[in-house]
Design a protein around this ligand. Structure first.
Ligand SMILES: Cc1cc2nc3c(=O)[nH]c(=O)nc-3n(C[C@H](O)[C@H](O)[C@H](O)COP(=O)(O)O)c2cc1C
Length: 367
């Protein structure tokens, strides 16, 4: 791995990348990546919720080498995992989005490209990964339409509409740091989109939040999603669902799936750990749409836990940025290879021949 830490670094888990990343990124960028909103109660709840899920292994199933491939939105992936959409990846690596998308392509999993990418969607698409486009709803509907058209033209196979950011939550670390983007990092998909605001450092203010306040609409509604459903041929995933009633509404407007997520503890502080809500959401939607999970996933065991609770897959966020910061493409390759190895191991230990078998496992939710 092209290691930026200047020491021999042999990660054995995704969390090993965190400490190494902290050593190579500026402290304010570390806080932007790592931080949650407010007291970071929800950030902590994500791990606690996953750790409460005990999976009952099956034995004597005669499985030697389980398969990890699984369908997401009807398309087979090398494992039931996607790289979560994360804004401004050039903050942690000079060629952030392209390097991470290349690692996703090599690992055979989808890369979800953010509206707030620091590389334009067309350049990310040129890397050749399976691409899902994450849509933030802008105040200017013309720009929303344009982004959807660009995503379709670039060959994206799904649209991920993030619905938990009516405003950017107060993230204390960024407020204390007066966090602003450096000049070389821009919202590359939004030419003329008040990018200047994201670069103006003011003590007590997050410039990223100020920019988002100016360009995102807080008034997105189910009617808008219905409009989008009629406007695109791509399957829609609604990201940022916690209440089972909202999951049902998403299915009713024709979403192909929901992502149970609290944005990695970065939006409503005090929201539950996302894995806590997974069983209720799965029960509420039944087979009307797929259910994916993110927020706190840190390894193959967490993928097994999500599958056992009925999810069809997970998204992984921060660990991919840690790995990208540490080793660029090679770091991200190593992280995804570790995740695949851990998933194979977890499936074997649970007696599952493949991810579908994992969805038949039973769980105990402990205290
Ligand atoms: C630095 C950073 C930037 C993010 N940017 C976006 C984004 O642009 N769009 C989005 O839908 N979610 C964004 N998210 C949320 C992730 O997609 C995902 O929900 C979250 O990171 C999952 O939690 P995890 O980091 O604990 O895996 C971001 C998360 C982080 C850490």
């Amino acid at each position: 791995m092209a290691d930026r830490t200047n020491c021999s670094f042999v990660p054995v888990s995704l969390t090993d990348f965190a400490e190494a990343a902290r050593a190579v990124v500026p402290p304010q960028v570390w806080d932007w990546v790592e931080g949650g909103s407010g007291t970071e109660t929800t950030l902590a709840a994500n791990r606690a919720a996953l750790d409460r899920i005990a999976v009952l292994p099956r034995v004597l199933t005669g499985v030697e080498a389980p398969r990890t491939d699984a369908p997401l939105l009807g398309r087979t992936q090398a494992m039931p995992v996607a790289v979560a959409p994360m804004a401004y990846q050039k903050l942690v690596h000079p060629d952030g989005e392209r390097e991470l998308a290349a690692a996703a392509r090599a690992a055979g999993v989808p890369y979800v490209s953010s509206t707030l990418s620091s590389t334009p969607i067309e350049e990310v698409a040129a890397v050749g990964a399976e691409l899902w486009f994450q849509l933030y709803w802008l105040r200017d509907r013309g720009m929303v339409t344009e982004l959807v058209d660009r995503a379709e033209a670039a060959g994206c196979t799904a649209l991920v509409v993030t619905v938990d950011v009516p405003v950017l939550a107060r993230r204390w670390r960024d407020l204390r740091n007066g966090f602003a983007l450096p000049p070389h990092v821009t919202a590359a998909n939004l030419p003329g989109g008040r990018d200047d605001l994201a670069h103006q450092g003011v003590p007590g203010v997050s410039a990223v939040a100020a920019h988002i306040g100016a360009v995102f609409t807080p008034t997105l509604s189910w009617a808008d999603l219905e409009w989008l459903r009629g406007r695109t041929r791509l399957p829609l995933l609604v990201k940022g669902i916690l209440d089972p009633r909202d999951a049902v509404l998403a299915a009713e407007v024709g979403a192909a799936g929901v992502i149970v997520s609290n944005h990695g503890g970065r939006q409503l502080d005090g929201a539950p750990g996302s894995a806590d809500m997974l069983p209720e959401v799965v029960a509420a939607v039944g087979d009307r749409c797929e259910v994916l999970l993110d927020s706190g996933v840190r390894g193959g065991l967490d993928v097994l836990r999500a599958l056992a609770l009925g999810a069809s897959g997970v998204l992984v966020g921060r660990p991919m940025l840690w790995a990208l910061a540490v080793g660029g493409r090679a770091g991200a390759d190593a992280a995804l290879a570790l995740l695949a190895a851990e998933l194979r191991d977890a499936l074997t230990l649970a007696g599952c021949v493949d991810p579908a078998a994992a969805r038949e496992l039973r769980t105990r939710i402990g205290g």
